[in-house]
Design a protein around this ligand. Structure first.
Ligand code: SF4
Length: 453
């Protein structure tokens, strides 16, 4: 009997590449690797990854797609190609999970939430001709994730993605992690993560967790076990991850993190003033106070690790002056590289609900307009500034943060403060790559101008 083919697609928007513009900032489609691992072995599986190759039609019996919100229109476009030929399409991932009613109009079935509990049923129903429109996955207490089928990933990824925890209790106003992965922080078994880590061929690893150490005593203990396990097994990887500012609280843990290969940590700083942190519902940053940021970064540097600070621009209380003030604060705060985003209401967030209730979304021709919700383009009516003003002042702020002089000066400081050549190299490349992404933002502005001409 002929084996059935499952085609999994990782869509990308070629006109708005964002983080996909650089090979180094592309992330492996981990969820597709997990879906592949959950699929019965009598299926043939292929991944089409638009991060690396332009789409080419490939025959399949069943097509699975995943997408962030800004990529959803491309996912629907690809689904339409297959549906026109009578081939069944299934979509999962954060966007489909947040707006399943919309996705159901463009694909045959939607997986809402985490795939592990329901994917075997999706396959069984497809095979028996009883596929449902919606598969709603309950939040599992434990993560029972199979090892992703990494053999199906494009070999061009510089960084291997590994997830060790899911969920976040913080529920910041602009973030959909708590809605997607739950507020309950869950861990994968440490030995399982270590086994996976040993198997990845890449030297560099991105622990894609939203918060690698979490907030509780239990979660910090789990992080300690993970770092100690990497050292004990002699795993020689260099890794990066994301955390909240309490990453700096435990210096013993920082020491272990560096010894286990941590070279760079992303911290969501968001803003430097109380008004904006309140808008963000960023309780931890509020409780510490912005004047602590430098001390936090210095403590992390002391242990050889560099910091990417994430800042958000366009809060309701922002003015042109506060935006430029944030840019000045960023380059003086002691962080080693920066992510700069415009406040963007993504479905599933408190912010999105608020903007809908206040009728402040600038673009509502969904799904096409979702591609604008990519953190680069203003998507909400601001109470104090016109859209053109926001675009202009945001560009000015980024020109300041990403000026070559600032980057070079910061790279030197990173080396002096971390005394780690490997951390400095990673941070320096990251800073330049982010500059490139930022310049792409300028290109997009140009293309938007042409669209409007
Ligand atoms: S921004 Fe970070 S801390 Fe806040 S809810 Fe999202 S993952 Fe949690």
């Amino acid at each position: 009997m002929k084996r059935k083919t499952l085609l999994l697609i990782n869509p990308a928007n070629q006109l708005r590449p964002g983080f996909h513009i650089n090979r180094a900032t592309r992330n492996q489609p981990l969820s597709l690797g997990i879906i592949a691992a959950l699929t019965p072995t009598d299926w043939k599986i292929k991944i089409i990854d638009e991060n690396f190759r332009a789409f080419k039609y490939y025959e399949a019996d069943l097509v699975g797609l995943t997408a962030f919100t800004s990529i959803a229109p491309r996912a629907y476009e690809l689904a339409a190609i297959y549906r026109a030929k009578g081939i069944t399409t299934v979509m999962g991932g954060i966007h489909a999970s947040m707006v399943p009613e919309e996705s159901m109009q463009y694909v045959d079935a939607v997986v809402q939430g985490e795939a592990e509990p329901v994917w075997p049923q999706v396959i069984a129903d497809f095979e028996s001709g009883t596929l449902k429109k919606l598969y709603k996955s309950p939040f599992a207490k434990e993560i029972s994730q199979p090892k992703p089928r990494r053999d199906l990933f494009h070999p061009g990824y510089i960084c291997a993605g590994i997830q060790t925890t899911r969920g976040c209790p913080m529920n910041c106003s602009f973030c959909s992690v708590s809605a997607f992965n739950g507020q309950h922080y869950r861990f994968r078994p440490v030995e399982e993560v270590l086994d996976e880590l040993e198997e990845v061929p890449q030297k560099y690893v991105f622990f894609v967790d939203d918060n690698i150490i979490g907030q509780s005593r239990e979660s910090k203990e789990r992080a300690r076990q993970l770092f100690e396990g990497i050292i004990r097994r002699g795993i020689k990887k260099q890794w990066i991850s994301q955390s909240s500012i309490n990453f700096a609280d435990d210096e013993e843990l920082l020491k272990l993190a560096y010894q286990s290969g941590c070279r760079m940590i992303f911290l969501g700083i968001e803003a430097e003033t109380e008004d904006q942190l309140k808008e963000a519902n960023k309780k931890l940053n509020l409780s510490r106070g912005a004047n602590m940021y430098r001390h936090i970064f210095d403590t992390i540097h002391k242990h050889g690790i560099g910091v990417i600070a994430g800042f958000i621009f366009g809060w309701d209380s922002d003015t042109p002056e506060t935006i430029m003030q944030r840019a000045r604060f960023a380059i003086q705060c002691g962080a080693d590289s920066f992510q700069t985003s415009l406040l963007t209401p993504l479905p599933g967030t408190q912010l999105f609900e608020k903007m809908v209730a206040e009728n402040r979304l600038l673009f509502t021709n969904f799904p096409d307009d979702w591609q604008r919700y990519d953190y680069f383009e203003p998507t909400i009516k601001h109470p104090l500034m016109g859209t053109e003003t926001i675009i202009h002042v945001f560009q000015e702020a980024k020109l300041k943060i990403f000026s070559p002089v600032n980057i070079i000066m910061r790279n030197i400081k990173t080396l002096l403060q971390t005394r780690s050549f490997s951390s400095t190299l990673i941070l320096s490349l990251n800073y330049w790559h982010y500059r490139n992404i930022f310049l792409w933002g300028m290109h997009k502005k140009e293309s938007r101008k042409h669209e409007n001409d």
